[in-house]
Design a protein around this ligand. Structure first.
Ligand SMILES: [Zn+2]
Ligand SMILES: [Zn+2]
Length: 291
């Protein structure tokens, strides 16, 4: 088989089966990310046994679900197509007069600050927490935990981010670099690395900074909300300074770590909320404080 024939077959698969192509590409990308993170963690003395757990498998399925375009195709894009229908009349173009580089910086800063406040809200509101707690339910945090987000979660955060940013007058493509940067940052910040970035600790979110956010201690996981910049936590008094926590997760939920289990858990929690019953932790196995 010649190289030209192989390329023809590849291009046919790409055009005839785009979803399969996207999933395969995502798998390849995640393998590269895995090799890089694994190498860094091995050098830094990270706990590599985490990669042999069922928890890692669950997070890897989430990774393929999001990076492979399944969520985008079947949920995100259709939902935001509807949102976009009503958006044009809302455009205020508040930053349209700024020179392009400055416009992008302002857009990026506003997006990250918005992310900080939305994340705080996700921790303080019972409805939002029921979905966001899926991300926190992981007791075995790895770079793949980046993708462990309930399918409803990106729709909520996407909408809360999209509307104000569209009011600023930012074109759609402005989201692309922000999202790409966020993906890269999130993979590193969920790794078992002792990186604090030295004096930049209060400025840029590091693996230690975000590791504290995944602590099983509520006082710690209700801190360090920053996405890329840690400055918001310092400005608004929600920062935690310390070492990587001894344990991760939300107390009472260990042992039921599957894609389906984490999908259904928030709905069980919401049902209890509606009935006025005490709110259980993410899978209903243990009772935690009401948020
Ligand atoms: Zn959180
Ligand atoms: Zn996280």
């Amino acid at each position: 088989m010649t190289m030209a024939t192989v390329l023809d077959i590849v291009s046919e698969i790409r055009s005839d089966f785009p979803l399969i192509w996207d999933i395969a590409s995502a798998f390849a990308g995640l393998m590269v990310l895995f090799v890089v993170v694994f190498g860094l963690e091995r050098r830094g003395g990270g706990n590599l046994r985490r990669f042999k757990t069922r928890n890692f498998l669950t997070d890897s399925l989430y990774a393929l679900f999001y990076q492979g375009g399944i969520h985008n195709r079947f949920l995100y894009v259709p939902v935001f197509a509807v949102v976009a229908l009503v958006m044009p009349s809302w455009h205020l173009d508040l930053i349209g007069q700024l020179p392009p580089p400055l416009r992008f910086v302002v857009f990026w800063l506003v997006a990250d600050a918005l992310g900080y406040w939305i994340h705080r809200w996700q921790h303080n509101n019972a409805f939002l927490w029921s979905f966001h707690s899926v991300h926190h339910s992981q007791t075995c945090v790895t770079f793949a935990t980046t993708y462990r987000n309930h399918i409803v979660d990106p729709l909520i955060t996407g909408f809360l981010t999209y509307v104000p940013l569209m009011l600023l007058g930012a074109p759609n493509w402005y989201f692309a670099p922000v999202v790409m940067l966020q993906v890269l940052f999130d993979a590193v910040k969920h790794s078992d690395l002792k990186w604090r970035y030295g004096r930049l600790y209060p400025i840029i979110v590091s693996p230690v900074f975000h590791g504290i956010h995944h602590s099983s201690e509520r006082i710690e996981h209700d801190s360090n909300y920053g996405g890329i910049l840690a400055v918001w936590d310092y400005l608004f008094g929600t920062m935690s300074v310390g070492e990587r926590p001894a344990a991760y997760g939300v107390p009472g939920i260990e042992g039921r770590d599957t894609f389906w289990g984490t999908f259904i858990a928030p709905f069980r929690q919401l049902k209890k909320l509606l009935r006025g019953e005490p709110v259980a932790s993410v899978d209903g196995a243990g009772v935690s404080e009401q948020r």
